[in-house]
Design a protein around this ligand. Structure first.
Ligand SMILES: Nc1nc2c(c(=O)[nH]1)N[C@H]1C(S)=C(S)[C@@H](COP(=O)(O)O)O[C@H]1N2
Ligand SMILES: [Mo]
Length: 235
């Protein structure tokens, strides 16, 4: 029998896997949910777009947990995709030639969401660009066509509907979608870096927000799917 791993500090396990995120984006959906393409830019010698080269990288499977900063944790999610490190070393470094000091990475989703992490954090072996979940292409709910999986960092660093990755020397090119207290620069789960306020305070502020956010994201997705069916039957 395998021993149950402890949950990180302040987290509670949930059994379902909700569509979740920044409330203001609940009604925003990927414009191109089937097209695997990442734009590479920022302080680079050459901006470029990566598509077929990405799926030619070594495919890796990974089972990992997702820890939302609002205190819920979904355990043992089965992802498949490509290591960010392989993407960086094989496709970004030699071709885009980022500036030597471009250590801040800004990742943007097709829904207008954006997040940042230090380059060093993204080069960890468990950081993936995932295009599959449970042996199926990613659903819209969980980040189609491609999402960042960074299990050591809170959910808000795991950008869904990924469309661009930018390498910058400083943070001026970036603004978080929400208030700045929510956006810790590294947001490591292990050290409970929930945000720029004391973790104990955020542990109490966030949980009451979870049911309405879950409801909103589900309502928006169902409406989106109904509309998709209707426009298909009209065409
Ligand atoms: N594009 C995008 N990515 C996002 C978000 C979002 O609103 N938009 N929310 C983040 C947050 S706060 C969490 S907890 C996870 C939720 O992932 P899930 O919807 O697969 O549960 O996505 C993260 N990535
Ligand atoms: Mo989250």
């Amino acid at each position: 029998m395998t021993e149950a791993r402890d949950l990180p500090p302040g987290q509670t396990e949930i059994q379902d896997f909700p569509r979740f995120g920044w409330g203001a984006l609940a009604f925003r959906f990927p414009t191109d949910p089937r097209r695997l393409e990442i734009t590479v830019g920022g302080d680079v010698g050459e901006s470029l777009a990566v598509c077929d080269e990405l799926v030619a990288l070594q495919r890796v499977e990974q089972v990992s947990d997702l820890h939302c900063v609002t205190t819920w944790t979904k355990r043992s999610i089965r992802w498949s995709g490509f290591r960010f490190r392989d993407f960086y070393e094989t496709l970004v470094a030699p071709r885009a030639m980022p500036h030597a000091d471009a250590n801040l990475v800004v990742l943007r989703g097709q829904d207008g969401y954006a997040g940042r992490l230090p380059l060093a954090s993204l080069l960890a072996p468990d950081v993936l660009l995932a295009d599959r979940l449970d042996d199926r292409p990613l659903s819209i709910a969980h980040g189609a066509p491609l999402r960042l999986v960074a299990p050591a960092h809170y959910g808000y660093k795991n950008i869904k509907h990924l469309r661009s990755v930018e390498f910058w020397r400083d943070a001026r090119a970036y603004r978080f979608v929400g208030p700045s207290f929510m956006d810790h620069p590294t947001a490591r789960v292990e050290f409970e870096e929930r945000g720029n306020l004391p973790a104990g305070l955020l542990r109490r502020i966030y949980p009451p927000l979870v049911p309405p956010i879950r409801w909103l994201f589900r309502f928006a997705l169902e409406r989106h799917q109904r509309r998709a069916v209707r426009s298909e039957s009209n065409s």
